[in-house]
Write a protein that binds this ligand. Structure first.
Ligand code: GLV
Length: 324
């Protein structure tokens, strides 16, 4: 009998071709959490899940899935998945690294530039009908912060952090970095997190969210950031204490922020960050280009296809399950 794979949101049909014949597919519409969208029997009959970063693959769900054999996420981050619980059950978890590196680094740099040069604020200014002849141009009109020649501190020196460093070199920036593993990266001066926060005119976050990185940039750390700095976060919202960030912007300690990710997504309308004119926000679109998303889906489908054939997933975050 064919194995059953649940796909938590519609994916382009032509990209699922390699799975047809290998399994039966149940495609959900994504309007409900998996545990609610499927009956107890449907969950129990499921051998594989292809999910997104919006799907919580947590212990209650996993308990209801005794026959689960793999999880393949269309994301590089896997903080929505209880990887430890799956590893204990020897179930591989697939992700989609590599293909979104440049796209996400571009997004980080776009936010950095937009926040420093007040791009979103200027756009709102014109659309709100505020650009009048008397404010047409003046030496002190809409001044921003220079990016070129500034110091960029990169928190997390994995592939995306390194791609951001390469972009910064083109802007003649001094690049310093910190990563929990202490990894050294060409073109980046490794410093302690404390020194990075103290020295950087711009700080860009590129770490995975994990218990150790949750609220890494808390009120105490934000207070040590260089006055007038700009914070960019395209990693995960939970790494930055949002109330502390809002307070630091309101007090004028920080100049601006460019944010693609938030503690709660979608961001709540009452989030104080939305009140600040120099916070540039976008809705978790770091990897959102047509080509990159197609590549991510292909990798996730390929991970699932390998798992269905009983082979190791090419991109697996817990490869130790294969040694067991
Ligand atoms: C995006 O945030 C991802 O983890 O792929």
């Amino acid at each position: 009998m064919l194995k059953k794979v649940v796909i938590t949101q519609p994916l382009p049909v032509d990209r699922l071709k390699s799975l047809s014949g290998q399994c039966t597919m149940q495609v959900l519409d994504g309007s409900q959490p998996l545990a609610e969208a499927l009956s107890r029997d449907e969950l129990s009959a499921c051998h594989g899940v292809i999910c997104l970063l919006t799907d919580a693959i947590d212990p209650p769900l996993l308990e209801a899935m005794p026959n689960l054999q793999f999880v393949s996420s269309v994301s590089v981050g896997v903080d929505h998945i209880d990887v430890e619980a799956l590893t204990r059950r020897s179930i591989p978890v697939g992700n989609t690294p590599g293909v979104l590196v440049d796209t996400t680094a571009d997004a980080a740099f776009a936010l950095l530039l937009a926040a420093a040069r007040r791009v979103a604020e200027g756009d709102r200014y014109i659309r709100d009908g505020q650009w009048h002849p008397e404010t047409r141009w003046s030496p002190d009109f809409f001044l921003g912060k220079d990016v070129s020649g500034g110091t960029l501190g990169i928190i997390g020196l994995g592939a995306i952090g390194q791609a951001v460093a390469r972009r910064a070199a083109g802007f003649n920036m001094k690049v310093i970095g910190w990563t929990p593993s202490g990894r050294e990266v060409p073109g980046v001066d490794s410093v302690s997190l404390e020194e990075l926060l103290l020295r950087s005119d711009f700080v860009s976050v590129h770490l995975a969210l994990a218990p150790q990185t949750h609220n890494l940039l808390d009120a105490a750390k934000i207070a040590t950031m260089k006055p007038g700095a700009v914070l960019v976060n395209t990693a995960r919202g939970g790494i930055v204490d949002e109330s502390a960030l809002a307070a630091a912007l309101d007090s004028g300690h920080l100049y601006a922020a460019g944010l693609d990710v938030f503690e709660r997504e979608p961001i709540e309308a009452s989030n104080p960050l939305l009140q600040h004119p120099r916070v540039v926000v976008v809705p978790h679109i770091g990897s959102a280009t047509t080509l990159t998303r197609a590549k991510m889906v292909d990798i996730a489908v390929n991970n699932a296809a390998s798992a269905l054939l009983g082979q190791p997933m090419p991109h697996c975050v817990n490869p130790e399950v294969y040694a067991a």
